[in-house]
Design a protein around this ligand. Structure first.
Ligand code: SF4
Ligand code: SF4
Length: 383
């Protein structure tokens, strides 16, 4: 799997990424990845019982299950790459007043005003950050992969052609739980994030539909979320591959709502992440799987699971997922140690603003270590 794939970069033209090639989709058909998915899955669903040590106790396991519950009841296994699951389905029985609104749409001539309205609603419905991106087909998966049938189907977003914008939302993950990563307590934070994704995107989609326009809630499937979030001005991509937001660092989950409601797209915003990552490698040092590059940004990733052709830092999803399989849970160490991962409190906001674009970045890194930020917590959460 450690290959270069020049075929994905065609004379400078970026070819679109197929949903079938994501690491989690490959877990259902690629002989190199299927054993990892089986190992991870058997531990994840409890066939292999919790290990019993701190962070893996039955109580910690139950916390993780509780965190994931809304996602698992509402969109089963969407996190494993099941497309259009449950509330994320493109076709579902519609609420009665949505049918009425469709026939009597609210005028939306003022795109600036409608953007403000949608963003306000999104925040009220759970979004920590919200931005708007025009739909760029480059970021839309070239196909849908159904893990049950192993069939490859056309992407409904592309087939429809009627959706013009993505309302992109970032949902803050729990800081305290992430400080335990990697174990079931951090996995509970991930699950809470997935549950919030489903809730917020479903509510925002219903809000837009009740104005008389098309809207589809979307989690991980249909399109790559990080490029959409960058286009929507929510953050920059860092060395570890995650988006880094100014407010919460990489400690967010992302979801989107596709719509034909006329909106005003935001612009990408750079606030110093690329320059900070150039002098920082804490995520790469801390990664137990050596999945994060210490080098400079490149145009190609190391595996078939990477979307090649963008100049950026590539991580190795195969090495990363191998570690998840070994541990039987999500990892998140790279999020925990990232200096941008801080509570969004006033002192941290001031320091972030002072240091993001100043020559004192190395001093900030030194201070981060001295003050012990990013250290794994080892206490019992329930004591
Ligand atoms: S989640 Fe863990 S294994 Fe994966 S890249 Fe981050 S630190 Fe490495
Ligand atoms: S830990 Fe450092 S190098 Fe890694 S993403 Fe965060 S700021 Fe960038």
């Amino acid at each position: 799997m450690q290959k270069k794939h020049e075929d994905k970069v065609d004379s400078g033209r970026i070819l679109r990424f197929d949903h079938k090639d994501t690491i989690l989709s490959r877990g259902y058909w690629d002989p190199d990845i299927v054993p990892l998915m089986q190992e991870f899955g058997s531990k994840w669903i409890g066939i292999v019982p919790p290990k019993g040590s701190n962070g893996y106790s039955p109580i910690d396991f139950a916390l993780r299950v509780g965190g994931w519950a809304v996602n698992e009841y509402g969109a089963p296994l969407s996190e494993f790459g099941v497309v259009g699951s449950g509330l994320y389905a493109w076709e579902k029985q519609e609420l009665p007043w949505v049918t009425y609104a469709r026939a009597n749409p609210t005028p939306a001539d003022d795109e600036k005003r409608m953007s403000k309205v949608v963003k306000t609603a999104a925040r009220l419905m759970g979004a920590s950050l919200v931005g708007i991106a025009a739909i760029d087909l480059q970021w839309v998966y070239s196909g849908w992969f159904h893990r049950e049938t192993k069939e490859h189907q056309p992407n409904p977003l592309e087939v429809s052609g009627e959706y013009r914008y993505a309302v992109v939302m970032a949902l803050e993950s729990n800081y305290e739980l992430f400080s335990y990563s990697p174990d079931y307590r951090m996995a509970a934070a991930v699950g809470l994030g997935y549950s919030k994704m489903l809730e917020a995107s479903t509510k925002v989609a219903a809000f837009i539909k009740s104005l008389g326009y098309r809207a589809v809630a979307c989690g991980n499937d249909t399109a790559m979320i990080v490029p959409f979030a960058i286009d929507a001005g929510l953050g920059e991509q860092g060395r570890a591959g995650w988006i880094i937001t100014k407010e919460f660092g990489p400690r967010v989950r992302l979801c989107k709502v596709f719509t034909d409601l006329p909106l005003e797209p935001d612009k990408p915003r750079a606030f110093g992440v690329a320059r900070f990552c150039a002098v920082c490698s804490r995520c790469a040092e801390a990664c137990p799987a050596q999945a994060i590059s210490f080098g400079d940004p490149t145009d190609q990733g190391p595996t078939d699971c990477n979307f090649h052709g963008i100049h950026k830092w590539y991580m190795n999803p195969v090495k990363c997922f191998s570690y998840w399989a070994k541990m039987g849970t999500d990892c998140g160490i790279c999020v925990r140690v990232c200096p941008w991962n801080k509570p969004n409190t006033l002192p941290h906001k001031i320091i972030r603003n002072l240091l993001a674009n100043s020559p004192f970045r190395k001093l900030a890194l030194w201070g981060d270590r001295i003050f012990g930020y990013g250290t794994k917590r080892s206490d019992d959460l329930f004591e």
